[in-house]
Design a protein around this ligand. Structure first.
Ligand code: HEC
Length: 117
């Protein structure tokens, strides 16, 4: 085998080694809790979906959007008025927003999902 070919094989092997080392270090540097704050929108209230449910990285999304106040999205309304200083993180959106628009439900669920984004 000529010298040039040996050199090519060496370079190929080194490249592979770096590739594998990179892969292994990536696996170990991946935080154990990664993915924990990925939220899949709760669309169980809908009979059928026109598109798959949105999935978003909740905390990263809010950091990027610079929204510190949870109540911007997890707000509470009573008698048509926003309740100041109240936040309802544990209540699904579908509990407050019905499917069909009406006097008692001015912001239906699909609009609530879409209007906040
Ligand atoms: C930009 C809007 C937005 C902001 C700001 C926001 N959230 Fe959320 N959060 C959502 C949406 C949308 C969901 C999914 C709700 C659903 O599917 O019914 C959610 C879900 C959650 C859930 C349920 C998680 C799960 O896995 O189902 C918790 C708990 C939560 N948020 C806490 C918080 C807290 C605490 C803050 C403030 C530090 C916050 N959120 C700020 C939009 C937001």
């Amino acid at each position: 085998m000529c010298r040039e070919n040996k050199m090519k094989i060496k370079i190929l092997m080194i490249t592979w080694l770096l590739f594998i080392c990179g892969g292994i270090s990536m696996v170990f540097s991946y935080p154990a809790d990664a993915g924990e704050d990925i939220v899949r929108m709760d669309t169980s209230a809908f009979d059928r979906l026109r598109r798959p449910a949105a999935v978003f990285d909740h905390d990263s999304h809010n950091e990027a959007a610079q929204i510190d106040d949870c109540a911007v999205c997890h707000h509470a309304w009573e008698n048509g008025k926003l309740v100041p200083d109240e936040s309802r993180e544990d209540t699904p959106c579908s509990e407050s927003h019905g499917l069909i628009v009406g006097v008692q439900n001015p912001m239906p669920l699909a609009n609530a999902f879409h209007a906040q984004c």
